[in-house]
Design a protein around this ligand. Structure first.
Ligand SMILES: [Zn+2]
Length: 202
């Protein structure tokens, strides 16, 4: 079967506009119908360790409820592979994001972000950053970030290390189902609108 015929068949099955072209609506519907039902990460927690360490857990609590199991799963999966990670960043309010944006521009310190409030994936509960540790020592740079990136992708997370514009190896996120193959820019615009309307982000 030709790709177009296949897409038409899928579109018919999903009950969306049949045009043979897989755009955001089609990918969104495919994701919603086929991928989304696996809402739990692909690995189960093992043993009695159902909570990440206290500091990581505080940050995990700032994520959307359906994103939290992914962060915990990555935390334990890394440790099972001999890599100590902690969650070092979770959700930031717009005001916190604006303060971070000001750093290195109008306030002291180095520039750490190009995103103003409402323009970061961290403003909507879908993104978190991890740090690799050697014992209690935080390692800002380590080849192990790539290994953790692979583990995160196995779980179904998007990894910032795959980004081409700004490579962000500590960063992981769970894309909302409706976002399909939207660019992050378009997704963020939609997330800002949902937030402005007071809607819960799914
Ligand atoms: Zn991040």
């Amino acid at each position: 079967m030709k790709t177009e015929a296949m897409i038409r068949a899928v579109q018919r099955k999903l009950g969306i506009d049949v045009d043979g072209k897989a755009g955001p609506q089609t990918w969104g519907a495919i994701y919603q119908t086929i991928v989304r039902p696996q809402t739990a990460p692909k690995v189960a927690f093992t043993g009695p360790r159902d909570e990440a360490n206290a500091k990581s857990e505080l940050l995990i609590a700032t994520l959307l409820p359906h994103v939290r199991p992914y962060a915990r799963a990555l935390y334990f999966k890394a440790r099972d592979n001999g890599i100590t990670i902690n969650i070092i960043s979770g959700t930031r309010t717009y005001a916190e994001q604006d303060a971070l944006y000001a750093q290195g521009r109008t306030t002291a310190g180095d520039i750490v972000t190009n995103a103003r409030g409402g323009h970061s994936n961290h403003n909507f509960g879908i993104a978190f950053d991890i740090g690799v540790f050697s014992g209690n020592r935080y390692l800002p740079e380590s080849p192990l970030y790539k290994a953790v990136g692979a583990l995160g992708m196995e779980l179904g997370l998007e990894w910032g290390g795959n980004w081409t514009s700004i490579v962000d190896q500590p960063h992981f996120q769970l894309r909302p189902a409706w976002a399909g193959d939207m660019t992050d820019r378009a997704m963020l615009a939609e997330l800002r609108q949902q937030t402005a309307r007071g809607e819960a982000i799914a």
